[in-house]
Design a protein around this ligand. Structure first.
Ligand SMILES: C[S@@+](CC[C@H](N)C(=O)[O-])C[C@H]1O[C@@H](n2cnc3c(N)ncnc32)[C@H](O)[C@@H]1O
Length: 263
């Protein structure tokens, strides 16, 4: 029998490593957030030391952030629920627009830290909320009945850098929670977390330093990123369709619609 997955809290320091990577980008507040915590030390513990060697990882982290922002703007969503926010600056950035309701969420310890850091940086914003949510928990901890959400407006549920740590049964649980939320409000789930074993194996061959960092992170979190990845894009497509989603894959300039059941 396989060992049960380790506590989700072991995953939380990876948010600090991701913040370290983002500080070299032009993403607003990324530098400030990374400076507030000892991001460099955590990054080194995760096996990162030479930035040039892990440049592909930096670009991926910057790219996924900007891609999600682009889609939110393109679809015109004004109610946003971000899962596993970590130290992402998106809530700070987007809640500058008073028409946007932005909910940051993460495990209790991480969201408490985030709230504290955001308060130090920008103070309180009436349209920026912080919720402790284990995204996989059933019953759901999502803010389905929150009085700050407008019932007649669609929501965008977003997550980046989370699914790759979750087992397939945990991915089913998060999917069920998102489905419940979308059934109530309508809207979309936007995620770049479609990592495939195919891609990891390619990385192993071409970018051994990035691959070694992935290995260290798997050991520290107790979660095998490779085992938790989809076999290939077709496997990912099948998974999300089985969970009841209608899919639209956007990569590069390609826009592919996949058939699905409900959302
Ligand atoms: C790799 S970090 C990504 C953080 C952020 N999304 C980013 O891109 O910088 C993974 C995040 O998932 C959070 N996390 C782990 N398990 C979770 C769960 N069951 N529910 C919600 N968040 C979780 C961790 O606390 C951590 O913030």
């Amino acid at each position: 029998m396989k060992n049960p997955p380790k506590s989700f809290d072991l995953i939380s320091p990876t948010a600090i490593s991701a913040a370290y990577c983002r500080q070299f980008s032009d993403i607003p507040y990324a530098f400030e957030l990374a400076q507030q915590v000892d991001a460099c030390t955590v990054f080194e513990q995760h096996g990162g030391n030479n930035l040039e060697e892990i440049a592909p990882l930096l670009l991926q982290i910057e790219g996924r952030y900007k891609a999600i922002n682009h889609l939110i703007t393109m679809f015109g969503f004004t109610q946003i629920i971000e899962l596993a926010s970590g130290l992402l600056p998106r809530g700070i950035e987007m809640s500058k627009n008073p028409n946007i309701t932005f909910v940051e969420s993460d495990l209790p310890a991480m969201i408490d830290l985030k709230k504290q850091l955001v308060m130090q940086l920008i103070g309180k914003r009436p349209n920026l909320y912080f919720e402790a949510i284990d995204a996989t928990s059933r019953p759901s901890q999502f803010p389905i009945h929150a009085n700050y959400l407008r019932k007649d407006e669609r929501v965008a549920i977003i997550c980046e850098g989370l699914l790759l740590y979750l087992t397939f049964s945990e991915k089913e649980q998060i999917s069920a929670n998102i489905r419940d939320m979308l059934q109530q409000y309508g809207g979309v789930w936007i995620t770049p977390d479609i990592s495939t074993k195919e891609n990891w194996y390619k990385m192993q061959e071409n970018k051994p330093k990035s691959q070694r960092m992935v290995q260290t992170i798997s050991e520290k979190t107790g979660r095998s990123i490779i085992d938790n990845s989809f076999d290939d894009r077709e496997h990912a497509r099948q998974f999300f369709v089985e969970q009841g989603f209608c899919l639209k894959a956007l990569h590069g300039s390609e826009d592919t619609r996949y058939g699905g059941k409900k959302h």
